[in-house]
Ligand binder design. Structure first.
Ligand code: FES
Length: 69
C-alpha cells in the first residue's frame, strides 16, 4: 500500500480557458507574463466572460506569480 500523497488540483476552473487556475499558474511559471497578457495568452479570460479575472488575479498573487502590467 502506497502512502504517496496525491497532488490534487482543487483550484477553481475557468470555463473560458478550459483550464483550472493551477494549470494557468503552471503556464505562467513556465512563461511569466504581465497580467493583461496572461489573460490573453495563458488563459481565455480576455476573450471570455471575464467573471473569474479578479479571482484569478488573487490566486496568482497568493502564489507569487502575479506580474503588474
Ligand atoms: S470563467 Fe474565467 S473568464 Fe469566464
Amino acid at each position: 500500500m502506497s502512502a504517496e500523497p496525491q497532488e490534487v488540483d482543487d483550484s477553481p476552473y475557468c470555463c473560458c480557458s478550459a483550464a483550472t487556475f493551477q494549470e494557468i499558474l503552471e503556464r505562467q511559471r513556465a512563461n511569466p507574463l504581465p497580467f493583461m497578457e496572461l489573460i490573453m495568452v495563458h488563459a481565455g479570460c480576455g476573450s471570455g466572460c471575464g467573471s473569474c479575472i479578479s479571482d484569478l488575479e488573487a490566486y496568482l498573487k497568493a502564489h507569487d506569480a502575479y506580474i503588474e502590467d
